[in-house]
Unconditional design. Sequence first.
Length: 202
Amino acid sequence: METISIFVDGAFSSGKTEFIRAISEIEVVSVEPIKKDPSKLSPSLDFGRLTIDDGCVLYFYGRSGSARMLLIEDPNFLQKHRHHCGLIGVVDSVYFEHIQTYSTNRPTDTFIKDHAAIAGIHTIRKRELPFLLVASKQDKEGARSVEEMREVLQLDDNVKLLPCSAKTDPVGVYRAVRELLTMLPQDELVKRAVDRLDGMIG
């Protein structure tokens, strides 16, 4: 069985788990932090899967909390799977109600930029892997538009930012995954995966 690995990264409560849940054919497996010591948390990871056909499967790895993306930092993994992996950064487009959690006087625009940094842009650029961003929770009251977020984040023209409402419109998730797949080297495996997503989008 051949695999394509998609890493899903982002800030706390940005919508990573919901993103994976919207496309996974299995219940998302989550290993939550265990507070053996109040000052220390164990790593946590969300895992999902989508079967493409008898010979191909998509694996989704979502970083939760302070866990590190160990696979994406593993040079041996990247050497073996470089042509079949990429990252989707989830940026919360509803931050007004959460901003007090981080700072009482922090400018909203600075907060959004921090989200983008946490989403792994710099890590992925360093690894030279395909990546795109999704603006999550677009169906929520107070969500900023994709155009507003692009301006605030000062994204380069070649950085893709797609709208997403994982809970109410999973098709947006399918489109984001399909878009990332088109950024991978277009061998037979990837083309089969793109065709499968096309069928899901309808």
